[in-house]
Ligand binder design. Structure first.
Ligand SMILES: [Zn+2]
Length: 204
């Protein structure tokens, strides 16, 4: 993490890896697609009690939608507002699909020893005592999924371009982790894996 100004911290999430960080209640954090076409998986926990965590399913019900927009609040598994979307330059994100893990690459692609978002999260959350079984389904920032007329789940190419970003305001003290998804075997991840930038503490 590096300080880039008064109360502003920057974290570069290297392609295929994850980084974890704390965000205070009222602070914002921005997730930026540095080169374009990169998915960033996000998980978040209540810093005071990691049993409370970001929940895609509770958020979908609260919003009555499979999508979230500026002004929406994402919910925890205790149905409380956890973070608010305050800026979004893309508008296509996913909260239906689980994070990739070792089994995704083995079962669906026959590839062993591939990096994965779940293993990435497990690695970076060690300092907070958070283990794999506690890791919730992620928000897949910049992932472009859709439901077709027959109810089918469709993966579409990522639409984010270099510099596209989404900004959240923390509504409680948070421990967050962002993974620059290492998926390189289907169209959802774009043609190559690239870096993600997280900027914390900008007041908008
Ligand atoms: Zn992934």
């Amino acid at each position: 993490m590096r300080s880039v100004g008064k109360d502003i911290r920057e974290i570069l999430v290297p392609a295929g890896y994850a980084r974890a960080f704390e965000v205070g209640k009222g602070e914002t954090f921005t997730v930026t697609d540095v080169e374009g076409g990169q998915i960033a998986d996000l998980v978040a926990f209540n810093a005071l009690d990691p049993a409370e965590k970001l929940s895609s399913s509770h958020t979908r019900l609260a919003l009555h939608s499979i999508r979230f927009r500026v002004g929406d609040s994402l919910r925890t598994n205790l149905r409380r507002p956890m973070m608010e979307i305050i800026e979004d330059t893309v508008g296509t994100h996913d909260m239906l699909i689980p994070a990739c893990d070792e089994q995704r690459y083995i079962v669906d692609y026959g590839v062993k020893d591939h990096r994965s978002c779940v293993a990435n999260f497990e690695e970076v959350l060690v300092p907070w005592g958070i283990v794999r079984e506690q890791i919730p389904d992620p928000l897949n920032i910049f992932e472009n999924s859709a439901i077709d007329a027959n109810g089918g789940l469709v993966n579409l190419p990522v639409e984010s371009k270099a510099g596209d970003h989404i900004t959240f305001r923390a509504l409680m003290d948070l421990v967050c982790a962002v993974s620059a998804c290492p998926m390189d075997l289907n169209i959802t991840g774009g043609e190559r894996i690239t870096d993600i930038l997280v900027t914390i503490g900008i007041n908008l």
